[in-house]
Design a protein around this ligand. Structure first.
Ligand SMILES: Nc1ncnc2c1ncn2[C@@H]1O[C@H](COP(=O)(O)OP(=O)(O)OP(=O)(O)O)[C@@H](O)[C@H]1O
Ligand SMILES: [Mg+2]
Length: 468
């Protein structure tokens, strides 16, 4: 692995060069942007380590020149604590990672070791998104998702923190897992931390672990999240839910890239890639003061927006089949596909719960259908969409096939009426108009009764009874 160092301070330059050579790499060094440009002509080095402040220009120019000369050149930028924004900008320009000054030799060594490990055979990071509308565990054919796949494939290869936002159920966690799976860290651990769920008094020990006997109840040494994720990826789920105290602790770890176990003296290095998610607008959280801007900039290097399902309905058929195969794999009732009108019904729905809701809907429709196809009626029952098409066959069935409602002498008319109305609604999949017709009462009466029962907006019933 060949390394180019771009650093204007002669003392720092010389010691860096010596240290890198000591590690066994081939290295050369220059002190200006102009010399860096010369050194970056083919065959360009595998790795370029550059300072951001150079006498004749900006380290960003070096980043760009390196990427232009050789797109797979891994650029590490050196930056002072006060210039995180510059580092963020460098990452956007294609830098692979940044190292804080004063430089910790151990961190540089581990960064280089990781790079060299993956230099020789092209790592998984370089795989292109599959043309078949799949990436990692994700399915999507719509142009919006193809763009998301392209971004994921691209960012996965870098070490840049990724900030994934999107409504609940849009696939933020699967996206995070895909980033990890396509990265050079794929063989390392993926550790998810739900930032809202860590109890405040256990935060430290959760994240950093503790030494034996460091507090009552600490009977043995325990590794924290950072230690468990070493060499892999930490997924900070619902990052906006982090308490202010936790934000400070995180920031400290990100700045120094070291931490100590609770009750420990040893400084441990942190070698993790950060991926965070939120279903709230993070910039908004910063503005309102609930999220620290410095932490925001550290995490938001590479923003990724998961679009809501209603804006990419072209994905629905592929997603529905994907989930159907998943359920079939487990249940083995012999389902192979959807009735065409069932897919239409899925397409008409707005999916406020996004992909998660679709997944659940497919599972419920599976339970309500008879093989081999998922039936339209089942889908409509699950979605609570009363459809003309759903009631025709039901009404045609004739009175014998309707379920019976048990009533006993002594019950009030009110109770009987209530039972009858609810059972009828259930039998017609919640379609109030059909229920009113069958019962010979007005639609308004149906609504009035439901209101009396406290069911003005009843959740859709489980659907038609099975079998029959
Ligand atoms: N593109 C996709 N392809 C396949 N499965 C998906 C896709 N998107 C989401 N899913 C599935 O949908 C479910 C919800 O996804 P996920 O948990 O990633 O959403 P989320 O955005 O993290 O939701 P929340 O904000 O509620 O935490 C998961 O079971 C996931 O596997
Ligand atoms: Mg999630």
């Amino acid at each position: 692995m060949r390394i180019l160092v771009v650093e204007d301070e002669p003392g720092v330059r010389a010691s860096l060069l010596a240290f890198i050579r000591e590690l066994g790499y081939e290295a050369s060094a220059v002190g200006t942007v102009a010399d860096a440009r010369d050194a970056l002509t083919p065959p360009a080095p595998d790795v370029c380590i550059t300072d951001l402040g150079l006498p004749d220009g900006d380290g960003l120019d070096v980043v760009r020149a390196a990427k232009a000369a050789r797109p797979d050149c891994a650029v590490l930028v050196l930056t002072g604590k006060g210039s995180i924004m510059a580092a963020v900008e460098a990452m956007r320009a294609g830098a692979h990672d940044f190292l804080l000054k004063p430089l910790k030799p151990a961190l540089l060594a581990s960064a280089l070791a990781r790079l060299s490990e993956h230099q020789a055979p092209p790592g998984p990071a370089r795989t292109e998104p599959a043309a078949a509308g799949q990436l990692g565990g994700m399915v999507g054919r719509s142009p919006l998702m193809q763009e998301v796949f392209r971004l994921i494939a691209r960012v996965a290869g870098s070490e840049a923190p990724v900030m994934i936002t999107g409504e609940s159920g849009t696939g933020k966690e699967v996206a995070a897992r895909s980033v990890h799976a396509l990265s050079r860290r794929a063989r390392g651990p993926f550790v998810a931390v739900n930032c809202g769920a860590i109890s405040p008094n256990l935060v430290e020990s959760e994240l950093f672990g503790h030494e034996k006997g460091s507090f009552t109840g600490a009977e043995r040494r325990r590794a924290g999240t950072f230690e468990m994720a070493h060499g892999g990826t930490i997924f900070l789920d619902e990052v906006t839910e982090m308490s202010p105290e936790l934000q400070v602790k995180f920031l400290r770890v990100l700045d120094t890239r070291t931490f100590r176990r609770v009750g420990g003296n040893e400084e441990l290095d942190v070698d993790v890639r950060l991926v965070a998610s939120s279903n709230r607008d993070l910039a908004e959280a910063v503005k309102s003061g609930s999220f620290r801007p410095d932490l925001f900039y550290r995490l938001n290097v590479f923003p990724l927006l998961m679009p809501p399902l209603r804006e990419r309905k072209a994905d629905i058929p592929a997603l529905a089949s994907h989930f159907l195969s998943q359920v079939e794999e487990k249940e083995r009732h012999g389902f192979t596909s959807f009735e065409a009108r069932a897919l239409d019904a899925l397409d008409r729905y707005e999916w406020p719960g996004n992909v998660r809701e679709l997944k659940n809907a497919v599972h419920r429709a599976y339970v309500l259908s008879d093989p081999p196809d998922i039936q339209t009626q089942a889908v409509e029952a699950v979605l609570g969409v009363p459809q003309a098409a759903a009631r025709q066959p039901a009404a045609d069935q004739g009175a014998e096939t309707w379920p019976a409602v048990p009533v006993r002498v002594g019950e009030t008319m009110e109770a009987v009426e209530r039972k009858m109305l609810l059972a009828t609604l259930e039998a017609v999949n919640g379609d109030r108009k059909t229920a009113a017709e069958l019962l010979g009462i007005s639609l308004k009466t149906v609504y009035n009764r439901l209101k009396e029962y406290g069911l003005a907006h009843p959740t859709p019933p489980g659907g038609r009874p099975r079998g029959s």
